[in-house]
Design a protein. Structure first.
Length: 274
């Protein structure tokens, strides 16, 4: 749904201090309520290709689907229609990246993480693959809404290591799930209620490897509703801490409620008065 008047978004990406090119890709389209970020991996510039394909294909497919140009394949499902659309869009992107990686030697083994959100009817549908994250700041509390698909997260979950030990691990960037690596990939989906004044942050690990969750919280709190300021300050701080990787953020601030049902009611009332 169109949330242009209800949500303010800022996007920013930086190559960092130690990389010669940027393999992150990000986009947003409030006319369909979509925000998206991908962090590519692979051989020379192959990661850049994978992340760009992922973002462009998902954006294009979601735009077509949400404009009603295509019927859903899974008609009997408990999922919201937007979730179904997103699953299908990600499946197509995965197939395209995988095919190119098999056919083009320079792209062999390429893949990408993906984190995306769809704002609809005062809810946020979150889908992710890999270790790019989505956070929510609400009432001064920062909550990570995604769980990394990574070796280190599996070790934490199994009790092999603590979160403190994980910070010093050499396995930080080993993902267990990525787009384009295999013929099929599972998109993890969750649905969250949205409140006015919520702040949502999508980011690559170039941010979270350099900046702690508490530091992220403080920077977002200081910026308030100013998403542009928040994005600049987050990337500036990550570079100040070392800037070891590409750093990308998409920040969404919820200005007011966005319910399609409310619009229908207003339309009906308006017609009744005529």
């Amino acid at each position: 749904m169109d949330v242009t008047g209800a949500i303010r978004v800022a996007r920013l990406s930086d190559v960092g201090l130690h990389r010669d090119h940027n393999e992150d890709a990000l986009a947003s389209d409030l006319s369909i309520g979509l925000v998206i970020l991908a962090d590519g991996m692979g051989g020379y510039k192959a990661g850049e290709i994978a992340s760009e394909i992922a973002v462009l294909m998902v954006m294009a497919d979601m735009t077509e689907a949400m404009q009603g140009k295509r019927s859903l394949l899974r008609v009997k499902s408990a999922l919201l229609p937007e979730s179904e659309m997103l699953i299908e869009a990600v499946e197509k992107a995965n197939a395209a990246i995988y095919q190119i990686s098999q056919e083009q030697p320079k792209c062999a083994g390429m893949g990408t993480t993906l984190v995306t959100g769809i704002f609809t009817d005062n809810k946020l549908i979150v889908g992710h693959i890999g270790d790019s994250r989505l956070y929510r700041l609400r009432d001064k509390l920062l909550t990570q809404l995604t769980e990394d698909h990574s070796l280190i997260q599996e070790q934490i979950n199994s009790g092999e290591i603590t979160e403190e030990q994980a910070k010093e691990s050499n396995n930080k960037n080993l993902v267990t799930r990525a787009l384009g690596i295999d013929v099929e990939v599972e998109l993890e989906l969750h649905e969250h209620d949205v409140q006015v004044n919520d702040v949502y942050l999508l980011c690559s690990d170039g941010l979270t490897d350099m900046v702690t969750d508490d530091e992220i919280r403080i920077i977002l709190l200081e910026a308030g509703a100013n998403t542009e300021r928040a994005s600049v300050n987050l990337i500036r701080f990550a570079n100040k801490q070392g800037g070891n990787d590409n750093i990308s953020v998409v920040i969404a601030y919820v200005k007011k409620e966005f319910s399609s049902k409310r619009r229908w009611v207003k339309a009906l009332l308006g017609n009744a008065k005529k």
